[in-house]
Design a protein around this ligand. Structure first.
Ligand SMILES: *[C@@H]1O[C@H](CO)[C@@H](O)[C@H](O)[C@H]1NC(C)=O
Ligand SMILES: *[C@@H]1O[C@H](CO)[C@@H](O)[C@H](O)[C@H]1NC(C)=O
Ligand SMILES: *[C@@H]1O[C@H](CO)[C@@H](O)[C@H](O)[C@H]1NC(C)=O
Ligand SMILES: *[C@@H]1O[C@H](CO)[C@@H](O)[C@H](O)[C@H]1NC(C)=O
Ligand SMILES: *[C@@H]1O[C@H](CO)[C@@H](O)[C@H](O)[C@H]1NC(C)=O
Ligand SMILES: *[C@@H]1O[C@H](CO)[C@@H](O)[C@H](O)[C@H]1NC(C)=O
Length: 424
């Protein structure tokens, strides 16, 4: 399997299937904006947040003018509004900004319509936070925000999905000849020439170094992670203006993680087998230390996408007869639904590590909103080993349905809508 694709090895999927593995990881991001004007609109949130504001937010004196919207939700403000709590609203009139036929940059893995998916409702849901309105993604505004900048998504195949989503969301407004895509084994660069901007992807599924980065080792038992080393990857992150990280699903093989620190050169036998959450903690701290000592927060914004849930166990959402996410066409309604594909320990590791960092990291907390979306995975409309599933394979969803990755257009567009809102 080619590294550039970075598709999750089948073994991981199989183990996940066996109920041993829990979650995928996505990217979470949190950056705090200095601009108090969100999207050019006046905020109407001061009223409901008057109390909070006085203590937590003395910096934001300049919120001045208020305009009261008809409903009492206010325009998104990263410091005032939690995007975590909300609901999916079906709206047939919403059209995705691209399709897998119009955007030439999508992998087979996520091109569900091309791969035969006929139902389309999953493309018409909009995330509505309880307290505020999430601005719609405007491609030209997004491009202006990254003008003259390098933006880089770093992480695993879910992060690659988010990166592809971002590229596809903006690419249609860029004329032919003004854009290019240069694909590399680990590092791929989309360039918007007239904006002198790049939207890049860097493959580092664990963020830290491992023996399975360049040549993926299918058997998770043979993977060894160098949990105290990140420099080989991180040297490619230097000078980037907007960094968006994730790491999650690769830790969820259900096995202990062979973790090595010190020197790889002295042999790989000196590893310790650590519980995934323990190994993850060390690795994330390694990443955090790198960020704290190498990133200038005046120049660079850092985001981290939280775990992307997997939906391997239909009993989690009460469909006892279901086969993973196969054939699901509607999101879970139950508020606060949380399945076995999201690991709470990992979530608290991320929260704890990020909180103590010197450099502000904006979390893009996509876990809860994605948990509801059992209908939006690639399922059988995907590939295996670089080829679309055959009819026989499609008829065997237990083994072939991919309930880890997401169709594009789809849920990762909403993750980018959140990222976009933070960039405004
Ligand atoms: C914001 O409020 C000010 C003062 O009330 C007003 O002049 C301006 O037009 C408003 N801007 C928008 C985008 O509503
Ligand atoms: C659905 O989307 C359309 C187009 O953006 C918008 O005008 C309309 O208000 C939305 N309807 C609901 C119920 O949110
Ligand atoms: C283009 O952007 C890069 C940073 O990504 C910057 O170094 C360079 O000066 C910019 N060039 C122009 C012509 O704006
Ligand atoms: C960032 O900017 C602030 C205020 O301008 C300054 O005090 C600080 O030293 C800067 N930090 C770095 C790392 O350059
Ligand atoms: C999947 O859903 C379709 C349409 O609802 C139904 O006809 C079909 O029997 C379902 N397949 C399985 C295997 O449940
Ligand atoms: C993300 O939101 C969930 C609530 O859905 C919360 O439990 C979790 O702690 C948040 N994650 C982080 C890393 O802050």
């Amino acid at each position: 399997m080619g590294t550039t694709r970075g598709k999750l090895p089948l073994s991981v999927i199989t183990i996940t299937l066996c109920g041993l593995a829990f979650v995928l990881l996505l990217y979470t991001e949190r950056i705090s904006f200095s601009s108090s004007t969100v999207f050019g609109l006046n905020k109407s949130c001061a009223r409901r947040n008057a109390a909070k504001k006085s203590s937590a937010d003395d910096r934001k004196e300049d919120t001045g003018a208020l305009s009261y919207a008809a409903d009492d939700r206010f325009e998104f403000d990263p410091e005032e509004c939690s995007l975590v709590h909300g609901k999916w609203i079906f709206n047939r009139t919403i059209k995705p900004l691209y399709s897998d036929r119009t955007c030439p940059y999508l992998d087979k893995q996520v091109s569900c319509v091309k791969n035969g998916r006929l139902d389309s409702d999953y493309r018409h849901w909009e995330w509505q936070p309880d307290d505020c309105m999430l601005p719609r993604f405007d491609p030209k505004t997004a491009l202006r925000k990254i003008q003259g900048k390098r933006m880089m998504f770093v992480g695993d195949s879910l992060q690659r999905g988010q990166w592809q989503s971002f590229v596809c969301l903006v690419e249609s407004v860029i004329p032919e000849g003004q854009k290019s895509m240069k694909r590399g084994r680990l590092h791929t660069v989309f360039k918007a020439k007239e904006y002198n901007a790049t939207i890049e992807f860097y493959w580092a599924p664990f963020l830290v170094e491992s023996n399975s980065d360049v040549h993926i080792i299918a058997d998770p038992k043979k993977r060894i992670l160098k949990v105290d080393s990140v420099a080989k990857h991180a040297k490619h992150w230097i000078g980037v203006d907007i960094l968006v990280f994730n790491t999650y699903v690769w830790w969820m093989s259900g096995l202990k993680i062979k973790s090595l620190w010190g020197s790889f050169e002295n042999g790989e036998e000196g590893y310790e087998e650590l519980d995934a959450a323990v190994s993850y903690t060390i690795a994330l701290k390694t990443w955090a230390n790198w960020v704290d000592s190498n990133v200038n927060p005046n120049r660079t914004r850092v985001f981290f996408t939280t775990m992307s849930p997997t939906h391997q166990r239909s009993a989690d959402w009460g469909n006892e007869k279901g086969i993973k996410c196969f054939n699901e066409t509607r999101p879970v309604k139950k508020k606060g639904h949380w399945g076995t594909g999201s690991d709470k320990r990992i979530m608290s590791v991320v929260a704890g590590v990020v909180k103590r960092m010197k450099v502000p990291v904006t979390l893009i907390n996509i876990t809860q909103l994605s948990e509801y979306r059992i209908d939006a995975h690639s399922s059988i409309y995907t590939e295996s080993g670089g080829k679309l599933l055959t009819e026989e394979e499609k008829a065997d969803p237990l083994h072939y349905a991919d309930c880890i990755h997401w169709c594009l257009p789809g849920v990762p567009d909403t993750w980018n809508q959140i990222l976009y809102a933070h960039l405004l």
